[in-house]
Design a protein around this ligand. Structure first.
Ligand code: PLP
Length: 431
């Protein structure tokens, strides 16, 4: 018996397979003892600080379910932490904790009877299937290299004016972005907030990477549009703890108690609560802000340094790339090579990433996996293939007082450098 014909059409077969293909090709090379440069997949390269893992060990006997919303102490610690680091004015009653922020995104979408989900392209891979699984229509607005892959207020305004639908519009708005590494400045956010307010757009601000914004004192959308801005975050990125599965959402009071209770109901009927030992360890992670600050500063300094290095190398040979402003990703645009690439039968990002993997073992993910048009010659480059535990070495300890700009940390990321060199050589031979 096969269930092939009964599988939900909301699961985007095409997009899933692009990622699987790169995975499979990469596996084949490993089996043949050939080199693979893992610039395709990204997760935090930094270890969870030891004191936090100790707390988790101690909490292993906490076997009870918690309330669906999560431990009160944890929600308070989250509010205090985000007040200190990001000036957020949150109350614990408005926080819902879960096993990762991803499931909460789905809970939010599932709490709506019927809605339209709007995504800037490129966007993270899971928003679209989640929106469809929740029974909603999903639409995209494509952004451009010149706009640094950012949604503009005009684009949003034009879209809303021509929309003519009587159902809520939910914009999923992620910054710093996976896949582009770009974020928004105060002017952009203020202009967007004006349009969002005008058209009553409900925004899910996916700020899972916000604490890894390299620049200090960055603005966030809820500074300008607090009443319509659900915020999504968690431990996965800043604390290097993706597999621990701890995320949360902040739901503004203005969206109403009924809405919050509806989201809690979905959570209750699906995941029940986040794992209790993880919640207990997370209380420690969020409370120890001095340690968190050192940990964050070191991560940001290293990520910024690597992003600058790669961007410079790529731009030198006209693979145009904006330097990342946070997180782990870059989104190079290979359009300047369209003619020579077409000469060797490469017409899309998918063709390109497949050939790069086959010929030189460089793994990238095509822009089309993130909602870009099929013929877009873009790709996501993740720069996490290095030993993140180096940031805990004594040598870096001495350098904490140094400013990012004059830091000459001995941080080693040779594997990435080698991959970029090979990539650049491959393109140089095209001309
Ligand atoms: N949002 C973005 C943009 C991500 O890149 C990820 C993880 O890859 C998530 C959300 C999900 O994070 P979590 O581990 O909290 O579920």
């Amino acid at each position: 018996m096969t269930l092939q014909n009964h599988i939900s059409s909301s699961l985007r077969k095409g997009k899933h397979s692009e990622t699987l293909l790169i995975n499979q090709l990469s596996q084949e090379r490993v089996e043949k003892d050939q080199k693979v440069y893992k610039l395709g997949f990204g997760q935090s390269p930094f270890p969870v600080p030891t004191e936090i893992t100790q707390q988790l060990k101690r909490a292993a006997n906490r076997k009870e379910y918690t309330s669906v919303q999560g431990l009160q102490e944890l929600r308070q610690a989250i509010c205090d932490f985000h007040r200190a680091f990001e000036n957020k004015d949150w109350k614990p009653e408005q926080i819902i904790v879960a096993g990762g922020s991803k499931i909460l995104l789905f809970c939010i979408m599932s709490a709506f009877k019927k809605a339209e989900i709007l995504l800037p392209a490129p966007s993270w891979v899971s928003y679209e299937p989640q929106g469809k699984l929740a029974g909603h229509e999903v639409n995209w607005i494509e952004t451009t290299f010149d706009d640094k892959w950012s949604l503009t207020a005009k684009q949003l305004d034009d879209y809303c004016i021509s929309r003519n639908k009587d159902i809520p519009l939910i914009l999923v708005f992620n910054y710093p972005s996976n896949p582009t590494g770009q974020t928004y400045n105060a002017n952009q956010l203020s202009d967007l907030a004006y349009v969002m307010r005008k058209h009553k757009v409900i925004v899910i601000a996916d700020e899972i990477y916000s604490l890894l914004t390299y620049k200090k004192g960055y603005p966030t959308l809820s500074d300008y549009y607090p009443e319509g801005c659900i915020v999504s975050s968690g431990l996965s990125k800043w604390c290097g703890a993706g597999g621990w599965r701890l995320g949360f959402h902040y739901i503004p009071k203005e969206l109403g108690e009924d809405f919050k209770q509806a989201v809690i109901s979905v959570a209750s009927e699906t995941y029940s609560c986040a794992p209790t030992p993880i919640q207990v360890a997370a209380i420690y992670a969020y409370r120890n802000m001095d340690e968190a600050k050192i940990f964050l500063d070191r991560q940001k300094r290293v990520l910024n340094q690597i992003s600058q290095y790669i961007t410079q190398e790529l731009n030198q040979i006209n693979i145009t790339t904006h330097v990342a402003q946070g997180g782990f990703y870059l989104f190079p645009d290979f359009s300047h090579y369209r003619a020579p690439l077409e000469n060797i039968k490469i017409y899309s990002g998918e063709d390109l990433t497949e050939r790069l993997m086959n010929e030189i073992g460089v793994a990238l993910l095509p822009g089309s996996a993130f909602g870009m048009a099929k013929d877009s010659l873009t790709a996501r480059l993740a720069f996490v293939d290095f030993d993140g535990s180096q940031i805990f070495s004594d040598d870096l300890d001495h350098r904490d007082h140094l400013e990012e700009s004059n830091s000459s940390t001995p941080f080693e990321f040779n594997k990435i450098k080698e991959g970029i060199k090979i990539l650049c050589e491959w393109f140089s031979k095209l001309n």
